[in-house]
Design a protein around this ligand. Sequence first.
Ligand SMILES: Cc1cc2nc3c(=O)[nH]c(=O)nc-3n(C[C@H](O)[C@H](O)[C@H](O)COP(=O)(O)OP(=O)(O)OC[C@H]3O[C@@H](n4cnc5c(N)ncnc54)[C@H](O)[C@@H]3O)c2cc1C
Length: 464
Amino acid sequence: MSIIREVPTFDLTVPVIVIGAGACGLTAALAVRDAGQDVLVLERDERPWGSTSMSLGAVCGVDSAEQRQHGIEDDVEAFVADVLAKTAGRANAALARTIGRESGRTLDWLSSQHDVPLLLDFKWTGLGHSRPRLHIPPGRNGEELLALLQNACARAGAEVMTGALVTDLFADAEDRVRGVRVRRRDGSSEEVGCEALVLATCGFGGNHEMIARYIPEMANARYFGHEGNRGDGILWGQALGAALADMSAYQGLGTLADPQLVVVPHPLMIEGGFLANVDGRRFTHELENISGMCVPVLAQPQGLAWVVFDEQRHQNALAHSYEHRQLVEVNAIRRADDWAGLERACGVPAGSFAEENAAIDAARAAGAPDRYGRSFAGLAPLEAPYCAVRVTGALFHTQGGLRIDDEARVLREDGRALPNLYAGGGAAQSISGPDVTGYLPAVGLSMAITLGQIAGRSAARSCA
Ligand SMILES: Cc1cc2nc3c(=O)[nH]c(=O)nc-3n(C[C@H](O)[C@H](O)[C@H](O)COP(=O)(O)OP(=O)(O)OC[C@H]3O[C@@H](n4cnc5c(N)ncnc54)[C@H](O)[C@@H]3O)c2cc1C
């Protein structure tokens, strides 16, 4: 993966090349086509998948038509305030403002112009968002979101070449990207010229060296994002003189079913379930920082925990969660008619789950928060039969990346933009501050889709 300064004569040149066919790259391609330019998306995998397909498909959008239809008033300043509160003032406020201003209208554009419907969801309330902002495709999963975007690209005439790993960029002495080298699956190489380049290669979760360097606390943790996200775009940008920001930031959930590797839906806990370790003891406020829950979970004996809930929550989750249905299919849920039975099924000390549940009931009855400061007020007590899923923590996606401006142009260390390089999604800096505590739910896909739209639009304009 390098920058080649000797620029060849290209047999084929397209106005805009996009590297990566995840949510960011495909949205960028749609924006390029809407601006009347041709675009070529290059994707390493034979079948586009990316972290986008692995995701829950929830996208944060501010002041969308969906929100207005449901009577939800939202605005840029409310969003920026939420971002700054979640990150203790350490996020890039200008970037948050850009996302606040553009995310809702980007979702409206996808829905009205490209038949990519994203519906407002009320299951994930709070957790740092002062308004309902999560928009989910009808089938409620990331695979569907990617399929909707792929279909839209096909209709819009955006060409997507798969099995096409970009290995090198060609750039001139002014750091203008002039083209890319692509390795095909049969080992052959092709060189394609471009007038502008969008980096939509996501973050560096699949690059162990970069993780050890920038996020050493996760160096030995499992990575549960797309393995093809090796930080290529970030490394190319850096080699061209781009500034990096917030490289130590990441999201890591603590609710990855072990060993089945399915994400346990958070509404189970939002609606009153709890986490206990293998000794059957609670150890944290389950909702305080769900995006960084990998840290307390991995600190528990064996790095494992149990998500404990009941039959009623199980039924609710079955109705709304694709992942929960997967948990049933792979037989990940243990179930018993009483606490003693569930404790036996999970191999935790007798009486431990029952005691923890009784402590929660007592706190609720006293109208007081529990010993971790969590309030269960207004949530129905758990009732038999009881259920549990064993989980572990993992790194899901990195949040640091290339510094960009409000047109998604990649910036140099001195703040000047590189001539024709754009970035979005996991390849760009996010709005999560510098560590694991600042990620607001559904911001990852919002950075992908919103910045993808901005990057595609800006790149197309630069070719006009
Ligand atoms: C399990 C899980 C659940 C998640 N749930 C949510 C959620 O509900 N809401 C949310 O907002 N975020 C969620 N996220 C985060 C979200 O998935 C990412 O933020 C988002 O998908 C990033 O989109 P992207 O387009 O930047 O990257 P991706 O979708 O990963 O796409 C990047 C693409 O670039 C390709 N690529 C990389 N390098 C090259 C190269 N050199 N040449 C060619 N192709 C290349 C990759 O193969 C990949 O297809 C979740 C993440 C995980 C792992």
